[in-house]
Ligand binder design. Structure first.
Ligand code: ZN
Length: 66
């Protein structure tokens, strides 16, 4: 059984990636590492996945102060 690793953008200090299996964006906390799947279908990632930050240059901050 393999556990995939997804490269994430950091948005508002949360790691986010577009899931190729359920085709949705998943948002997790700021730390890299193993996570339980956020997919609606638990069969997609029965053992979860690893998150990897693409890099600080890709960090995005969105102001919510509008
Ligand atoms: Zn998913």
């Amino acid at each position: 059984m393999t556990i995939p690793t997804y490269e994430c953008d950091k948005v508002n200090n949360k790691l986010t990636f577009h899931c190729p299996l359920c085709m949705k964006v998943h948002t997790h906390g700021s730390e890299e590492g193993h996570r339980i799947s956020h997919c609606n279908n638990s069969d997609y990632h029965p053992n979860g996945y690893f998150l990897k930050n693409k890099g600080k240059q890709n960090e995005i901050k969105i102001s919510l102060d509008n």
